[in-house]
Write a protein that binds this ligand. Structure first.
Ligand SMILES: C[S@@+](CC[C@H](N)C(=O)[O-])C[C@H]1O[C@@H](n2cnc3c(N)ncnc32)[C@H](O)[C@@H]1O
Length: 231
């Protein structure tokens, strides 16, 4: 079973466990929405429909938050797991949010188009480092001038000791939040496919991809939100 099958298998229960497994859920996703919002509002003010590309969109958690924050956006959701995308379609359609889903690998070419925001949450760490760097270059090239890239991501600690501490803190927090033994075991199983990189490396790769104002806007242990802006 590969990583995509693993997510497809849990598509039906994925959303309900999120707040227990991502302890800083509101601040984490909220920061990503805050970073992505200005170019979307600017597009609306200019009389254009803001275009958003969500990479590894899964059940559409981040897309739904963006659509709620900026009504009028049009979303393109990319993911390789069809059952996850089916959940996203059901949720977005129920709210009449204009969108399309594209079943594709994150290593593939991006869906053609220019985007005011390219966003991602908890997905790109499934690519190896050269795959991440290549995706960051493609994402930067797909932005409109002034558009933003933002990645709300699970990151590696900058040293082995810090990485271990990130894991200890995460385990303690999710236990406090009431994650069940099954949820913890399932999460651990999915984490076997994780290839997280540090914030420092990923910010450097974003700058190398040509983005300006690259920064880490939010960080709580292993959960970080970073990105940059197209010239
Ligand atoms: C932890 S989920 C995150 C989903 C959503 N972005 C969220 O914040 O809840 C990771 C998603 O990345 C997708 N994914 C992982 N590797 C992928 C790849 N190489 N190509 C396309 N999708 C991938 C999985 O199918 C899954 O839906």
């Amino acid at each position: 079973m590969g990583v995509v099958d693993v997510f497809d298998a849990v598509a039906g229960t994925y959303d309900e466990a999120r707040r227990r497994l991502v302890p800083c859920f509101d601040a984490f996703y909220g920061a990503a929405v805050e970073v992505a919002t200005p170019p979307l509002r600017a597009a609306l003010a200019a009389g254009r429909t803001p275009e958003v590309l969500d990479l590894g969109a899964g059940t559409g958690l981040l897309s739904l938050l963006l659509a709620a924050a900026v009504p009028g956006v049009r979303l393109t959701l990319v993911d390789a797991a069809p059952a996850m995308l089916a959940r996203a379609t059901a949720e977005l359609s129920a709210r009449s949010v204009p969108h399309r889903t594209v079943q594709a690998d994150l290593s593939d070419e991006l869906p053609p188009g220019r985007y005011d925001a390219v966003v991602s949450a908890l997905a790109i760490h499934h690519l190896d480092d050269s795959g991440k760097r290549a995706l960051y270059r493609r994402a930067a090239a797909a932005l409109t001038p002034g558009g933003v890239f933002v990645n709300a991501e699970q990151v590696a600690g900058p040293t082995p000791a810090l990485d271990q501490r990130y894991d200890e803190v995460w385990m303690a927090r999710i236990a406090e939040l009431g994650a069940s033994p099954q949820e913890i075991a399932g999460s651990r199983e999915r984490m076997r496919y994780d290839l997280p990189a540090t914030v420092g490396d990923q910010c450097r790769w974003l700058a190398e991809a040509g983005l300006d104002d690259v920064d880490c806007y939010f960080k709580e242990w292993r959960f970080a939100v970073f990105g940059g802006r197209a010239r």
